[in-house]
Write a protein that binds this ligand. Structure first.
Ligand code: ADP
Length: 489
């Protein structure tokens, strides 16, 4: 099978968040199973060139129609962590991808609408006819629309489209004129059951277009698939998702076992596996020394997260004080693009500066995150919503017991030690339903209590998590099944 991913991100060359890791992990896994896999991205000026090997110009003079003109593009191809990746570089006064960053520009919808058209033009002109085009998030929502409305008639009749929603909070809502700019007919698409924004009849919704025109739509957990279809978490797309429910599915992301593996992790001083998990204690000591926490007989609870309302910043603060009041040390590693939230956590850090039982690191530090996953006893993830979430899976891989709000992928991947209907050996952590301080305490209190009173049970919970398979093996199977399903139709 020949699969091409059209995506705004791929780790580690162009990464903003989890989407980049998912595209890389999935592309590698599908490739390892004997399929031909390529990815297509914009040639951002902020690409990490140290993470792209053998980059060379492979296609010249790609002319892409846009807003009554033709934009001249070149295509460069290189290797990103074992994945063959094409970067489309337009040359025009728009300077679409020379902005010093990935997103956050006023013309983001135009930038990525152009990219979607350019990717299809590249397939057409370079003679590529993939079996499956896999697109990701709102930035590439126009790909299936353009394929259906324009490129099928030009000869791209073969590809089927799988469209994955990583986060429905960003949908690419824009003026309908943009559709004309990329060669579509707004009058044909601006209907409630096509691309019209539900609460603004003059606006087009790019993600909605992707959902309507793709052959299959996935999101990153079963629970999130239900939540966005049936509750406000759909952010206005509930009706569209419900109407297309027969082609909607959930696949929990994998984590990269090359990066996240306590047996070989170069960032932790003491490596361990299920056979010698007691060794984890030495990483706990190293974490304490690194963050100047005192050595004492008590558990360490941690948070590694973007500091964002979605992630439950108020509950994080509550978790910190609850931990300190209940003989538990606390470590937080996080950053926020919001100066108000950053200021709040910096104040908290200063206020607690002398406290030997907690440390707040307001920074992005990949290496320190490894030591925290290895050295902590519990990982707290109090999200308001969470499409999938990687931190809880990484924590379990490192024998660190997750304490999570039961939403989205957190609900699908963590089984509560006391209340789950699964057998004990499949229970891996603590969950709570209510997004409130009381809700958090109901789970966190049980975790701390078990650590003190029943260390043998706590040890078993750690092992249960470590025995779970969070590699790309299962999600890889699921996506290949989706690809085969849409090809057969
Ligand atoms: P999201 O993609 O919504 O931010 P995920 O749980 O899917 O959340 O992925 C978060 C990833 O980013 C995890 O690998 C986590 O370890 C990492 N991460 C988040 N904040 C930091 C930080 N401040 N320093 C290092 N790694 C971080």
């Amino acid at each position: 099978m020949y699969v091409v991913m059209v995506t705004p991100e791929i780790a580690p060359a162009a990464k903003v968040g989890g989407l980049a890791d998912v595209v890389h992990g999935l592309a590698r896994e599908v490739g390892l199973r004997g399929n031909a896999v390529e990815t297509v991205l914009p040639f951002y000026d902020c690409l990490r060139h140290d993470q792209i090997h053998n980059l060379e110009k492979t296609f010249e003079h790609l002319w892409v129609p846009f807003h009554e003109m033709w934009i001249h593009c070149d295509v460069y191809t290189g290797d990103v962590g074992g994945v063959r990746t094409h970067f489309i570089q337009p040359h025009s006064h728009h300077d679409f991808f020379n902005r010093g960053g990935f997103y956050g520009q006023e013309d983001d919808p135009a930038r990525f609408a152009f990219f979607s058209r350019a990717a299809l033009e590249f397939f057409l002109k370079s003679g590529r006819n993939p079996d499956v085009i896999h697109c990701h998030d709102w930035q590439t929502g126009l790909v299936p629309v353009l394929l259906h409305e324009v490129y099928g008639a030009l000869g791209l009749v073969h590809p089927r489209v799988c469209y994955t929603l990583h986060n429905i909070d960003h949908q690419g809502v824009t003026g309908a004129d943009l559709l004309r700019d990329v060669g579509l007919v707004p009058e044909a698409l601006m209907h409630p059951d096509r691309m019209q924004q539900h609460d603004d009849p003059g606006a087009a919704n790019l993600m909605k277009g992707g959902i309507v025109f793709a052959n299959f739509v996935t999101t990153v957990s079963m629970r999130y698939a239900e939540e966005i279809r049936g509750t406000d978490l759909g952010r206005g797309l509930q009706g569209t998702l419900d109407a297309h429910a027969r082609k909607l599915g959930g696949v929990v992301n994998g984590i990269d076992y090359g990066t996240w593996n306590p047996e070989i992790d170069p960032h932790i001083p003491c490596r361990y596996s299920v056979d010698n998990v007691a060794e984890k204690f030495r990483d706990k000591t190293a974490l304490r020394h690194r963050l100047m926490l005192r050595d004492s007989f008590r558990p360490i609870a941690a948070i590694v997260s973007r500091l964002d309302r979605q992630k439950g910043v108020d509950l994080m603060r509550h978790a910190l004080f609850y931990a300190l009041a209940n003989d538990c040390q606390f470590v937080l590693l996080g950053t926020s693009p919001d100066p108000e939230i950053t200021g709040h956590f910096l104040e908290l850090k200063e206020h607690l500066n002398e406290n030997e039982d907690c440390h707040l690191e307001i920074d992005y530090d990949e290496e320190l995150s490894h030591l925290i996953y290895a050295g902590a006893d519990m990982m707290v993830v109090p999200s308001a919503f969470e499409p999938c979430g990687l931190t809880q899976m990484i924590a379990m891989r490192y024998g660190t017991v997750p304490v999570v709000r039961a939403t989205g992928g957190l609900a699908d991947t963590v089984a509560d030690a006391n209340h789950s209907d699964k057998p004990f050996e499949e229970r891996t952590g603590y969950t709570f339903e209510d997004f409130s301080p009381e809700g958090l305490e109901s789970a966190f209190g049980r975790a701390i209590g078990l650590w003190y009173r029943f260390p043998g049970y706590f040890h078993q919970l750690r092992l249960n998590g470590m025995y779970r398979d969070f590699s790309w093996k299962n999600p890889g199977n699921d996506y290949i099944n989706v690809y085969e399903h849409i090809r057969a139709r």
